[in-house]
Design a protein around this ligand. Structure first.
Ligand code: 26Y
Length: 795
């Protein structure tokens, strides 16, 4: 597409789609016009891919996920269609600011964190590789809440990303599926009829996901809940206006909000309804498509692979069995076999409090037929394995992890360590019974968004050095290794980082009114706030460091800026206190004339995908400091390494594999191993011992206790302090001393800029394995048994 054609396309949409005249168009109008112009180009590609999938009778992958944290879509689309030059030139002629347009797009925050972002990276990679696939999820009207700080405290506000027109989706009223809840079951022979007492409709909205170079495009289909009967005219006519609208409002609540909890499972009825709603709609859509092409349901596992992203769609097992048995007359045992060979399950957490369990009573009320089938599936499994030792139903609860395991032919973990821990802990018994079922598929991230698009300076430098094949095949980054000995290359590498840091410093000055030194170490911890992720370990080290600088302010300290970002679940009290403490610490440190040129803390509110895209390219140090054994994988860790930030981290999740790839000498390791953590916890008073042994730690804790960061309310953080001193389940105190040591090694290393740049560049060169393209190829080979389709020529 030439710039002139792009300009015409933009103006065409401005006038005929938006009904605006260029003279009066606002940023919003230009954004929409540009989005539609780009979308037109995508649609052709997308149709071609769909045609080829049908024509070639390719196996399709269905990715069922409660979350798709896709963020902004315009730049991704422009980059993958390679329309950036045309767009920039066209807009320049129209005197419209391209960057302002990009920034105007709201983030589609349809996810909490890692799990949702992984699903988004997978969608992009499947399109890039040409894996025929479809993502299925919920079209939340309100995504993850927006975070604001009020006197340092987190305040949540609704995220209304749909309040403006959404340029990327196509409404599919013809894809409307009715979903039932409640009611009763009538068994007739081997089958049953389910008569639900409540019905609503799932309506599809399709977003095309285009791969790199536009060679392939898949669909993300998100379901919106709609009332079956809409609004009650009879009641309205009687003057009962509120009641007339009630059924409508009730149905719609199903796709209203994304649950903002990602560690504490609460067993909420509405969440179970959401899970069944999108899973059932998706399965019936999948079967409808399958039956339009094939007439033998036994072929289903050959033609469809259905991935359950965690247990959130775990009701897929019983629902698929129900559709096969009750609605298609297939024998129960055969139906279980078909379902199992079609389904697979990814586990993302070992934290006991995050494992879903549903109360039998609740399940029986909402999904009476499914509960019956769960009992039968469970009995059949026990019969097959010849033991009653493992069960999916226990203590009046349905355990969704066990149910998913039993109903899947493959179960995977998301990093090597996590997969081993699955085998030895939560799924130990099941693993012994099914030793080939658990496999590992270490996570990855898409290099299009997380390098090419977010870090143009580094991308250009890489392409100048080794050509642009790395975008298709990230492991080509290894070709950078010889350049790392070239002083000129290293200097350019460092210059790109410096400019990124300058941009970020300017942004922080403008948005947060905090001045930071672009020469300082940009030390960044961005992720959801959780005890196991240990933001408070980072804070304790910050405080200890501050006190040490105060002791001796003229000692030539290596300047540092600590950047935090992340949301706390609204009901997670401890996490919210950490948020507040971070803001309180920032306030005190940033205004301390003795120390502030050496140490600052910044905490931009509302961390999201777009903010990550700003922060990661400008980071020097990546904080990956979870208690070993608790972070299943992490994916931020990969984005940082790829963009040349060095990691300070524990042997947890994918950190272990990152360290192997980038070499131990280019990684700041500290802390106990997962085994040592378990040992340490057995020692009574382990925290007290650690505090007594390290005066720096004792002093930092004492500063918090004494109210130095909350002088108006000295007792504010006694909860945190007591937890640390008396419980410290996440062994913050016991890891502190080694963390401090590693941080001082960071200071020393950073003071030698050439060596630092070489280590950073080595991280980039060795991060190619962490592409989600590699991960997807792994799933295709080990889990889905699917092959890529022949793709279309380059866009
Ligand atoms: C059921 C409810 C409480 C729940 C909702 C969301 C439970 C969990 C979640 C989300 C979990 C999540 O995001 N897990 C993260 O998945 C990433 C992708 O695999 C991992 O990299 C990361 O370590 C893990 O915490």
């Amino acid at each position: 597409m030439t710039p002139a054609q792009m300009k015409d396309a933009i103006l065409h949409h401005l006038v005929y789609t938006l009904g605006k005249d260029a003279a009066h168009a606002q940023t919003y109008d230009w954004r929409m016009a540009l989005s539609f112009a780009v979308r037109d180009k995508i649609v052709d590609r997308w149709f071609e891919a769909t045609r080829r999938t049908y024509a070639g009778q390719h196996k399709r992958v269905y990715y069922l996920s409660m979350e798709f944290l896709i963020g902004r879509l315009l730049k991704d689309a422009i980059i993958n269609m390679r329309l950036e030059e045309a767009a920039i030139d066209a807009l320049q002629e129209l005197k419209v600011d391209y960057q302002a347009i990009l920034e105007d797009e709201p983030d589609a925050a349809l996810g909490n964190g890692g799990l949702g972002r992984l699903a988004a990276c997978f969608m992009e990679s499947m399109s890039t590789i040409g894996c025929p696939a479809m993502g299925y999820g919920i079209r939340y009207e309100n995504g993850l809440f927006r975070q604001r700080f009020e006197n340092g405290r987190q305040v949540e506000e609704p995220e209304d990303w749909l309040s403006q027109r959404h340029a990327w989706e196509f409404e599919r009223p013809e894809v409307s599926i009715d979903i039932g809840f409640g009611g009763h079951v009538q068994e007739i022979g081997k089958r049953a009829n389910w008569y639900p007492s409540e019905m609503l409709i799932a309506m599809g909205h399709d977003t095309p996901i285009i791969g790199w170079r536009g060679r392939w495009g898949n669909t993300l289909r998100l379901w919106e809940a709609r009332p079956m009967h809409g609004f009650d005219l009879q009641r309205f006519n009687r003057g009962d206006y509120a009641a007339a609208a009630e059924p409508e409002a009730l149905a719609r609540t199903l796709s209203r909000v994304l649950y903002p909890d990602d560690t504490t499972e609460q067993g909420k009825e509405l969440r179970l309804k959401q899970e069944f709603f999108f899973t059932s709609a998706s399965l019936r859509d999948i079967l409808r498509r399958f039956e339009s092409e094939y007439d033998d349901l036994r072929l289903l596992p050959k033609k469809a692979a259905i991935q359950m992203n965690d247990t959130h769609p775990a009701i897929a097992g019983p629902e698929l069995v129900r559709l096969l048995v009750d609605e298609r007359g297939i024998d129960f045992e055969e139906a279980v076999g078909i379902a199992r060979n079609t389904l697979s399950y990814t586990n993302h957490t070992l934290l006991p409090e995050a494992l879903e369990r549903w109360d039998e009573g609740l399940m029986g009320r909402l999904l009476p037929r499914h509960l019956q089938l769960i009992f039968r599936i469970n009995e059949l499994h026990m019969k097959d394995v010849g033991t009653r030792k493992v069960t999916a139903v226990d203590d009046g609860h349905v355990k969704m992890g066990e149910l998913s395991f039993i109903m899947a032919h493959r179960v995977n973990g998301v990093s090597a360590l996590h997969t081993e821990l699955m085998k030895s802990t939560v799924f130990k018994d099941l693993h012994e019974l099914h030793p080939n079922r658990i496999v590992n598929e270490t996570n990855g991230v898409t290099p299009r968004r997380w390098l090419l698009s977010c870090n143009p300076r580094l991308s250009t430098l890489i392409t100048d050095a080794i050509g642009d094949d790395w975008v298709d095949d990230l492991e080509q980054l290894e070709k950078l290794e010889p350049h790392i000995d070239d002083a000129a290359f290293l200097e350019s590498y460092a210059a790109a980082k410096r400019q990124n840091k300058n941009d970020l410093a300017n942004w922080i000055a403008e948005k947060l009114e905090v001045g930071i030194d672009p020469e300082a170490i940009f030390d960044v911890q961005i992720k959801r706030i959780h005890e196991y992720k240990r933001q408070h370990l980072n804070l304790l080290e910050t405080i200890a460091h501050w006190l040490e600088i105060r002791d001796n302010p003229n000692q030539g300290w290596v300047p540092r800026v600590k950047i935090f970002g992340g949301k706390a679940a609204p009901g997670y009290v401890f996490a919210k206190e950490i948020v507040r403490l971070t803001n309180d610490v920032a306030k005190v440190l940033n205004s301390d004339p003795l120390t502030s040129r050496y140490l600052k803390v910044v905490y931009p509110p509302n961390y999201n995908v777009s903010l990550a895209e700003k922060l990661i390219p400008a980071s020097d140090l990546s904080e990956q400091i979870s208690t070993a054994g608790k972070e299943a994988s992490g994916t931020g860790n990969m984005k940082f390494a790829l963009n040349g930030a060095l990691t300070i981290g524990t042997l947890d999740g994918a950190n272990v594999e990152i360290r192997e790839h980038v070499k131990p000498e280019n990684f700041f390791l500290f802390g106990m191993t997962a085994d040592e953590v378990m040992e340490r916890r057995r020692i009574g008073g382990h925290a007290g011992q650690a505090i007594a042994a390290d005066p720096r730690l004792a002093r930092a804790i004492e500063a918090i206790r004494a109210g130095r960061f909350s002088p108006d309310d000295p007792g504010r953080y006694h909860g945190i302090v007591d937890n640390l001193v008396h419980h410290d389940y996440f062994v913050v105190c016991s890891d502190f001393t080694d963390y401090w040591r590693a941080q001082r090694e960071v200071d020393t290393a950073f003071a030698a800029p050439k060596d630092w740049a070489r280590m950073a560049a080595f991280n980039t060169a060795r991060s190619g394995w962490f592409s989600s393209d590699r991960t997807i190829r792994g799933y295709m080979a080990d889990v889905w048994h699917a092959e890529a389709a022949p793709t279309v020529e380059d866009a």
